[in-house]
Design a protein around this ligand. Structure first.
Ligand SMILES: C[S@@+](CC[C@H](N)C(=O)[O-])C[C@H]1O[C@@H](n2cnc3c(N)ncnc32)[C@H](O)[C@@H]1O
Length: 208
């Protein structure tokens, strides 16, 4: 990318640097609150392929369409929509932002939706667990890190499936914690994203 292309790229995606350059959870919540109404339109070009890829990957691995799926950091529900199109029926959405969840609710694909911070270790009670946990666009700069990974892991059933997206530069930062959990990487897909100089990975792990 030359300088002009790079400038155009950033001008067309002012939201990208804004959300990644976030210093606290409170700040992130406010940014998503004000972004919620235009999120789906703004990310259409760069991101809409990913929820579809997630749903397709899951459908190759799990034929039971009634399995319990947690969409952690569900945002406006793009992943839920793609999962519903594949026939999945038992979807729970959690997100920091009430405003993002309000858009997700309108899509009528989640059985349960609730506001919560994935960094909070008491976000779920101990009796709750899921066949599948998905985090799409959540492990990213200014967003979730290792504590979220470690908080979610106990709520995945044995032999459950965890799908996460992560950009290659951020992946390097949490590769060690990813390797330390008791699960196996069963699928790794790589997609060029944004300026195409970086890859976005869709990683699928199986617990146990
Ligand atoms: C880039 S958006 C992705 C939304 C959706 N998964 C998608 O694929 O379109 C990231 C979402 O993660 C949520 N998020 C980030 N950190 C979070 C946290 N600590 N707890 C709960 N949600 C969080 C944000 O509120 C936002 O809705």
């Amino acid at each position: 990318m030359d300088n002009k292309q790079s400038k155009d790229f950033l001008e067309q995606r002012a939201w990208l640097s804004s959300i990644c350059d976030t210093q606290s959870t409170e700040e992130l919540e406010k940014k998503y609150a004000s972004w919620a109404n235009s999120y789906d339109t703004d990310v259409q070009k760069d991101w809409s392929f990913m929820p579809v890829a997630i749903a397709k990957t899951l459908s190759k691995l799990l034929l039971d369409k009634h399995c319990s799926i947690l969409d952690a950091g569900a945002g406006t529900g793009l992943v839920g929509e793609a999962l519903a199109k594949e026939g999945y029926t038992n979807l729970t959405a959690v997100d920091l932002s009430e405003q993002m969840l309000a858009i997700a609710k309108e899509k009528q694909v989640y059985q349960y939706l609730f506001q919560g911070n994935l960094e909070d270790s008491s976000i779920f009670n101990n009796s709750e667990n899921f066949d599948v946990i998905i985090t799409a666009g959540v492990f990213a700069y200014g967003h979730a890190g290792v504590e979220v990974l470690n908080n979610l892991f106990p709520f995945l059933k044995e032999e459950g499936i965890f799908l996460l997206t992560i950009r290659e530069d951020y992946r390097k930062q949490i590769q060690t914690p990813l390797d330390q959990l008791s699960w196996q990487l069963i699928s790794e897909e790589a997609f060029p994203i944004y300026d195409e100089a970086k890859l976005m990975y869709l990683l699928t792990f199986k617990k146990g």
